[in-house]
Design a protein around this ligand. Structure first.
Ligand SMILES: Nc1ncnc2c1ncn2[C@@H]1O[C@H](COP(=O)(O)OP(=O)(O)O)[C@@H](O)[C@H]1O
Ligand SMILES: [Mg+2]
Length: 507
């Protein structure tokens, strides 16, 4: 690409204010940017469809012989090929450089000159050097143009990162954590698959999820100790046993008092068996989750640090337990940030905005099912802006995420996605992505994304920078591991055969 614009083609056919077609000198790629000369200024457009047709080799070719002969005709005729591009009009270049999109009210006249956009124009739109922007990659079709995102908008208006597994969602989150770490921002990442536990982030604070069972509601505690939702007798026993009196006891006292109370509840007629099961479950949970359930824990938020990337490891938890943990932290964070705004009456723990990341969002905020996290996530999505609590939701199953919460996400990063119902849900949730853009999702490769919404000036096809040294969520390489094991065995065998006693000298 050049600094001065290169003429590319001419607008033809019926033009609309938002979309024109042009005849090009060469085949054009989807995702290329072009500038149309409107007389009163250059207007930026994005190529959303591209086609090549041949006069001689049209759909009416009836047989192989005809195709064979027509190929000759086509090769000799300079006028044979038609390269068409359909362009979505994005707005006047000047206004876009200032972060606004002003679309000309009238369509481009047929005959309007179309040229390639210059690197300089694109850079000032896609990576403004202004405050709050961080670099995440480069334009897919113009690799010399860097792309930035406005991190302020992520915190104030939330973000959804959606794509199939293995397409680069966690890589993008990793990149954001590193960038936010560099500017001493505060993030809380709920790490469901240990994607971030071993990531090299300078300002990080890692912890295993910990909750105080004494602070939970009975239903929540029942989830944690894995009492089935339909086990009504066991729930009854727990309700009788999990009293305020028991909750007041700390540490081991709490557990002992709870077990006694659950055993006591078995005296009630018909509840003996349920009581025994509940006692088993309490003791089992206490042992299995000793690292997570801490009855002596005063304030779980105290573990989260200002100005750090806080990574909360959820890997040992079941879905339901993880749900309790995430909802618990979200609730506490929201309460704390509300305090921060109330004008100094109560000291908040977090003195500045916090960005929370929920991976596997379809588990925590599913469509058509109530979960603990969903209630608080939707509160944060609606109100977080006021208090400076941003939400990033990440999922490989957009179709299974609560549509209401998804639609509150002001920004989007979408990578390869082939399922129709996933695409439809994303389209419904966001005005920022046109149908044509969504159709392109099937053709993206790993690490390539469409960024849209409030955190960018314009929707963009972007190659996201790869974060090196990640322990990845990619498929495990069984063949490689077997080979390594075999090699190690071989080496062990060789070294035992060529064993040289110490002190032996060859001379
Ligand atoms: N921006 C990128 N550039 C190059 N490769 C990438 C990029 N993002 C992801 N990948 C590759 O894809 C793999 C899966 O990425 P990951 O972010 O774990 O996917 P997801 O979280 O969507 O399942 C990574 O191991 C890496 O090899
Ligand atoms: Mg992932």
């Amino acid at each position: 690409m050049r600094l001065t614009s290169e003429s590319l083609g001419i607008v033809v056919g019926r033009a609309r204010p938002d979309e024109v077609t042009f005849e090009s000198k060469r085949p054009v790629s989807i995702g290329e940017y072009v500038v149309l000369d409107y007389g009163d200024g250059g207007v930026l457009g994005l190529i959303e469809r591209s086609s090549i047709t041949s006069g001689a080799l049209g759909d009416d070719i009836g047989n192989y012989e005809e195709a064979f002969e027509s190929r000759q005709v086509a090769a000799e005729n300079r006028r044979d090929k038609s390269y068409k591009g359909t362009v979505r009009i994005l707005g006047y270049l000047d206004s876009l450089k200032k972060g606004r999109a002003m679309i000309p009210p009238v369509p481009a006249e047929p005959g309007t000159e179309v040229s390639e956009a210059t690197a300089e124009d694109l850079s000032s739109i896609f990576s403004p050097s202004s405050h709050g922007w961080i670099k995440v990659g480069s334009l897919l079709r113009n690799p010399e143009v860097q792309v930035g995102v406005n991190i302020n908008k992520v915190v104030s208006r939330h973000l959804a990162i959606l794509a199939m597994t293995g397409m680069g969602k966690s890589n993008l989150v990793s990149l954001l954590t590193k960038e936010v770490s560099d500017i001493h921002g505060t993030m809380v990442v709920f790490d469901y698959h240990e994607d971030y536990t071993y990531l090299d982030i300078p300002n990080s604070n890692r912890m295993d999820a910990r909750i105080n069972p004494r602070f939970l509601a009975t239903e929540e505690f029942a989830e944690v100790i894995e009492i089935q939702k339909n086990a009504s007798n066991q729930l009854h026993v727990l309700r009788v046993a999990f009293t305020d009196e028991v909750k007041k006891r700390k540490d081991d006292d709490f557990w002992n008092a709870l077990v006694d109370a659950a055993a006591e509840a078995g005296r009630e007629k018909g509840y003996k068996e349920a009581s025994e099961k509940v006692v088993d479950k309490i003791q089992d949970a206490r042992r299995r989750f000793s690292k997570i359930l801490d009855a002596g824990l005063a304030d779980p938020l105290a573990l989260i640090k200002n100005g750090k990337i806080n990574i909360i490891n959820l890997v040992e938890l079941t879905e339901r337990q993880a749900n309790i943990v995430v909802s618990f932290y979200l609730q506490e964070l929201l309460e704390d940030r509300k305090k921060g705004r109330s004008g100094g009456k109560v000291d908040p723990r977090f003195l500045a905005p916090v960005l929370a990341v929920i991976e596997e969002a379809h588990v925590f905020i599913p469509k058509g099912e109530e979960t603990e996290t969903k209630y608080y996530a939707s509160k944060v999505a609606r109100e977080g802006r006021k208090f400076g609590l941003g939400l990033v939701i990440v999922s490989q199953r957009p179709r299974s995420i609560d549509a209401n919460i998804l639609s509150q996400m002001g920004s989007l990063a979408v990578m390869r996605m082939i399922q129709q119902d996933d695409q439809a849900q994303v389209a419904a949730a966001s005005e920022a992505l046109s149908r044509d853009l969504i159709e392109q999702l099937t053709s993206l490769n790993s690490g390539e994304a469409i960024l849209a919404g409030q955190w960018v000036n314009l929707p963009a096809f972007v190659r996201i920078e790869e974060v090196k040294g990640r322990k990845t969520g990619g498929d495990l390489d069984a063949v490689e591991q077997w080979q390594r094991l075999a090699q190690a065995k071989e080496m062990a065998k060789e070294s035992s055969e060529s064993y040289i006693p110490s002190g032996y000298s060859p001379d």
